[in-house]
Design a protein. Structure first.
Length: 457
């Protein structure tokens, strides 16, 4: 790779176009895309112009969107048309969907009638639907064909197919009957009909379904491509693993950003506009700030108790952080389990039952540590006063209650949000921590009023 890069730089610097073409022609498209992404704009245009048309289209698909835009402006109309017509339909749809409407209209006019029809059809599907991901480049077979004839058909028409790992069997009306791994056809008897190779079991997607459906289906099926049908079961395209991985990465990024206590950015971190960044982060920060103000309100409500037993204030940070941490843990585990379909709405009771015992166990561990910490310190100092044993008991019991409440809140909140149609990822760690902070103080001082009544209170 370093040698290839040096050779390219030398060829560009000397304007040796033959050597530049040979150097690029021996590289796979994704490497060409990576190399071009690191070039200066002028050098990138120069390198792109010497590429063969098909290789240029393949490498173009691996470039970031902003560089794709830059190249479309820099290249001549004839070369732009060649690239767009050679691009895979799904990648071309993604590009056209991101561009302004007037630019998309101009680029559509550069397509051949056949490719324009495909592009318009894919762009006609709802945003974030599987129809926007699919490609029309795949191989179709008929069940009455012999295996030998089917393989000949694949050789004749498979050059432009997005993938040949799987081929698809349709009836006279175009409805999907089955999908067949190419291995089965290769190992079957030449005279055997395709119907004999079919097992009549397949997983298909609806073109109008949300793209996240494709992620779940691909994970379950262990396939590298899945067929896409319309409402009548007619095969209209396929979705391949590379596009589904992009959706999965975008979905995971969005959930992680939401779980961090903000709106999803929807753009790369270094490219999002400053004020858009502030806007997406400020909303949740304000909500969380207002929520934390309730903590001060709760402290004010117990001001009289704090004045009489100042020692209780020493453990407030310990108490509220333990509850928030346990709640964040539970929320993280449940949200991820939901994302992997390990947990459904109907499992809420099982999760609650599990988290009750988990909360008691975790609270008991922290409570015991808190109790013995106070006992050890009191053996060498009088920092907690003569009623240190009652203070230690207050802290220990409070931690059990607060950690139990934190785990229950964190685990149940995603179920509540999912039930009302919201994204469970919005039950972020900061949100759960803020909720548990306020209620944790109530639990702490409530326990203190019971245990310390008649002594410190």
């Amino acid at each position: 790779m370093p040698q290839s890069s040096e050779k390219l730089e030398a060829a560009i610097e000397t304007r040796n176009f033959a050597e530049l073409r040979d150097a690029l022609d021996n590289l796979p498209p994704f490497e060409i895309g990576n190399l071009m992404a690191g070039m200066a704009a002028d050098d990138r245009v120069l390198a792109f112009r010497v590429l063969p048309r098909e290789l240029a289209a393949d490498a173009f698909e691996y470039l970031p969107f902003d560089i794709q835009q830059e190249l479309l402006k820099s290249l001549g109309q004839e070369q732009v048309a060649a690239i767009l017509n050679e691009m895979a339909p799904d990648d071309r749809t993604h590009l056209l969907d991101e561009l302004p409407g007037n630019v998309t209209s101009q680029l559509l006019n550069l397509l051949t009638p056949t490719e324009r029809q495909v592009a318009v059809q894919l762009l006609g599907y709802p945003e974030s639907s599987i129809g926007r991901l699919m490609t029309s480049d795949y191989v179709r077979l008929r069940p009455d064909w012999t295996t030998e004839y089917a393989l000949g058909h694949i050789r004749r028409h498979g050059h432009d197919s997005e993938t040949l790992n799987v081929v698809y069997v349709i009836d006279d009306g175009g409805k999907l009957i089955d999908d067949i791994r190419i291995r089965k056809l290769l190992l079957a008897s030449p005279d055997a009909p395709v119907a004999d190779v079919m097992d009549d079991t397949f997983i298909s997607l609806m073109a109008t379904d949300d793209q996240e459906t494709a992620v779940d289906a691909m994970r379950r099926s262990d396939m590298t491509a899945l067929p896409v049908t319309d409402s009548d079961g007619v095969l209209v395209g396929i979705v391949t693993i590379d596009d589904v991985l992009d959706v999965a990465a975008a979905e995971a990024t969005e959930d992680i950003q939401k779980f961090g206590g903000m709106e999803a950015l929807d753009e790369p971190y270094l490219k999002i506009a400053f004020f858009r960044m502030v806007k997406k982060r400020a909303g949740w920060l304000v909500i969380l700030f207002l929520g934390e103000m309730l903590t001060a309100t709760a402290m004010g409500f117990f001001q009289h108790e704090i004045e009489k037993a100042v020692v209780l204030a020493l453990f407030v940070p310990l108490i509220i952080s333990s509850g928030g941490n346990s709640g964040s843990q539970a929320a993280t585990l449940v949200i991820r389990a939901m994302a992997l379909t390990e947990v459904t709405l109907g499992d809420w009771w099982r999760v609650m039952h599990r988290e009750v015992f988990t909360g008691i166990a975790l609270g008991s561990i922290l409570g015991a540590i808190g109790f013995f910490r106070i006992a050890v310190w009191s053996a060498f100092s009088n920092i907690y006063g003569e009623h240190w044993l009652l203070v230690a008991l207050t802290v220990g019991v409070s931690l059990i209650g607060i950690v139990l409440w934190g785990t229950l809140s964190g685990s149940m909140l995603p179920f509540v949000l999912r039930r009302v149609g919201l994204d469970p990822a919005t039950s972020s760690a900061p949100f759960v921590a803020t909720l548990v902070d306020v209620t944790g103080l109530v639990i702490y001082f409530g326990v203190a009023m019971i245990i310390l009544r008649g002594t410190l209170l």
